[in-house]
Design a protein around this ligand. Structure first.
Ligand code: ADE
Ligand code: ZN
Length: 322
């Protein structure tokens, strides 16, 4: 058996970022949306760097216009996850893409997403939970609107609150009000940090947002004190090696610090981020990590146990994961 055949827990997946290109093109055709500049000649998502990736990502979301579209997206995404052996996944959902931040609209989108997730659970045996996510480059005021959507729908399905977007804009602490609101509603917290922001961004995430998990966090490796702090606080990293390589953080999987972080005692997990954008899948991440770092089935089993323990779901759901 190959390590890629193992059952997997994925904690860091952007719902729109997981949209297969063929799915986006089909919706564009149905809705007559012009996607010039989104795809290259081979039909893959096209971008030049991280900020340009965010632009392409947002341009592709123009085809996602109704709750039904998000239901269809959810079915397509979960089918792909299940085909990769993923048994539990948490995906980032942005109310800004689901009804432009309006709470009543968000409830309708969420309902459609949950219905599709229930069907996928029955058909493919995969469980999805949602992490409502604000978009950093849209600023702290819009984030408050997102946090309200998160707080009002918090429960056994919406289990977390997070932040993605351009880490070069503002500071983690600018969003403390929104993260506090989400925490008070019972949500668990994660934020993208230490991807393009460097170690200082991770320090800010810990000090100013008091998160349980960090999206990426890999650049913590540049600061030994920070690595110690992450271990001491029992913070889990949602590491997405293939994403980091394609976006130019590291030249290849061998140069990626995931093994050094793990050896230092950091709780690391493995995810795909935006798989079709980065030409990856969970199976490929496992194969590449095995080849680059010599990881065997025992290591991957430990990583999946770590992910299951760090999942934001309730204990009944956790008991069913692995
Ligand atoms: N949104 C989607 N993918 C992202 C990433 N890798 N970093 C920050 N925001 C994102
Ligand atoms: Zn991400």
């Amino acid at each position: 058996m190959s390590v890629a055949d193992l059952p997997k827990v994925e904690l860091h997946l952007h719902h729109e970022g997981a949209a297969p290109p063929a799915f986006v093109r089909q919706l564009a055709h149905e809705k007559k949306v012009d996607l010039t500049g989104v795809f290259d000649d081979q039909g893959n998502y096209k971008f030049t760097d991280f900020v340009n990736f965010l632009r392409t990502y947002e341009a592709a979301t123009a085809v996602l216009q109704t709750p039904e579209d998000f239901g269809r997206l959810t079915s397509a995404v979960l089918e792909e996850c299940a085909a990769n052996g993923v048994v539990y996944v948490e995906s980032f959902l942005s109310p800004e893409f689901c009804g432009c931040g309006d709470l009543a609209a968000w409830r309708e989108y969420l309902h459609a997403i949950q219905e599709a997730a229930d069907r996928a659970e029955t058909t493919h045996g995969i469980t999805l939970r949602g992490v409502v996510t604000c978009i950093r480059h849209e600023g702290p005021e819009i984030a408050k609107r997102t946090a309200l959507c998160a707080a009002e729908t918090a429960g056994d399905w919406v289990v977390g609150f997070g932040m993605g977007g351009d880490e070069g804009k503002g500071h983690q602490g600018d969003f403390a009000y929104s993260f506090d609101m989400a925490r008070e509603a019972g949500l668990k917290l994660t934020t993208h940090a230490g991807e393009f922001g460097g170690p200082e961004s991770v320090w800010e995430a810990i000090r100013d947002l008091n998160v349980e998990r960090i999206g990426h966090g890999v650049r913590a490796i540049e600061d030994p004190k920070l690595v110690q702090e992450i271990v001491a606080r029992d913070i889990t990293l949602e590491v997405c090696p293939g994403s980091n390589v394609v976006l130019g953080l590291y030249k290849d999987f061998a140069a990626h610090p995931i093994q050094k972080l793990r050896a230092a005692g950091v709780k690391v997990t493995v995810s795909t981020d935006d798989p079709p954008f980065f030409g990856t899948t969970m199976r490929r991440e496992y194969d590449m990590l095995a080849a680059a770092h010599g990881w065997d089935a025992e290591v991957f089993a430990e990583i999946n146990q770590t992910a299951a323990r760090a999942a934001f779901c309730d204990e009944d759901t956790r008991a069913t994961i692995l």
